[in-house]
Ligand binder design. Sequence first.
Ligand code: FRU
Length: 494
Amino acid sequence: MNLLKLPLIGCLMLAAGAVCSQTPAKVYHEGYRPQVHFSPKAKWTNDPNGLVFYKGTYHLFFQHYPDDIVWGPMHWGHAVSTDLIHWKQMPIALYPDKLGYIFSGSVVVDENNTSGFGKNGQTPLVAIFTHHDPEGEKSGSNTFQNESLAYSLDAGQTWTKYAANPVLKNPGIKDFRDPKVFWYAPQHKWVMSLATKDRITFYSSKNLKNWTKESEFGKTVGAHGGVWECPDLISLQLNGKQYWVLLVSINPGGENGGSATQYFVGEFNGHTFTPVSTNTKWIDYGPDDYAGVTWSNTGNRKIFLGWMSNWIYANQVPTKTWRNAMTIPRELSLKQVGSDIFLTGTPVKELGRIASKSLRINPATAKLPAQYTLKFDVTKINDYSLEFSNDAGEKLIIGYDRQKSRYYIDRSRSGEIAFNKEFVNMAYAPRLSASSTSTVELVMDASSVELFADGGLTIMTGIFFPSKTYTHLKVVSNQADIKNMVLTPLSSIW
Ligand code: FRU
């Protein structure tokens, strides 16, 4: 027996959180800890909330349970960044109170002080969120989710809840949550998209306090394998024409099982949303991008952030001190393919701030670093796969199947997989591009990969838990011409 190993073994046998004689790994550098993605310093997170840009700072609030690494009484955690890449965690912004837990919602910059929360010319930031009353839920009531306000007069640092909460009372719909609000300038009013069970309900308000129902969308359109959550209605231009895109998360009922986010491209007139096509489309076909929404107050630039997990196993993934992370922030655009219009997403250009020198690599001899982007062109499209492996024999396989015209992620041998049997399911994504050539960009971190294919028309995000970094790459190609493989190491954001 190797005596030197004893303390380590003793440490592993103890339950998470127990005292152990080993020096704990430095915060943000524990095993599996993402190095280029936001994750909370400690404990649980799910949805990103209250994304707002104000005075040079990007705010990221997040569903947070600061006492455990499983979901529990929800708070709004808070982090800030000046570049969308480096994050500094701040004190908790919103605590549960007598009206309940603080569920998902949004933050707006109330430039004209329509809410009256600003005093002496101050601009209030206003948070609109769901109060979820766990007691009401237990008692069998249907009205335990209501919309409430909080405001900040110090640019988002500290928050005061509105004394007359809630401002939008539940009319008797069990799932009544996740308000996302924006200023609709043509009609000088705020518009709220709210998830109401199996549809989105739009409300409007002049002051953020009194809300009027405008319309409903979606009862008979889109995917309905689970409850609708976390909507976001954004405006984007394509060829000089303005479109509105409605993001709707759904759980379960995603294409690859569990949680996923669908979207609808359409028109919005301040009252109703009308889709231009009703084909179901997904913002990310991978298993691990949920509840994503965009930053407010960023002008025409639409920047999306998702929660990089899936409700099937989010409470069980094998991390010890924290659980779950966010995706790389992505810039959204529209693209016409044939007669249909799709969203594309690509990593924000700010990711370049942590890029080291790019290297043309030969996969057979390259030794992969811990976190990086990998780009390549496919000049002749056919089957191919990329196997990322480590010295422990674990591998993650990402590939393309020409006959089925789909990308895939296989994590069945990727490392620790036993925490949930559905974790190993294959994930597939259709190729949507009609082009005869293809480009692929991967963002690889300690425990996640994001695939942006064909300029971000097809996206897949997947998490994994290898015992060691995947340092080897094997490209298996069946007559596919893979060219210009360029690896760019990324430095840690922590
Ligand atoms: C989505 C969600 C939201 C809800 C929050 C609770 O993941 O279920 O609908 O507000 O998480 O934490």
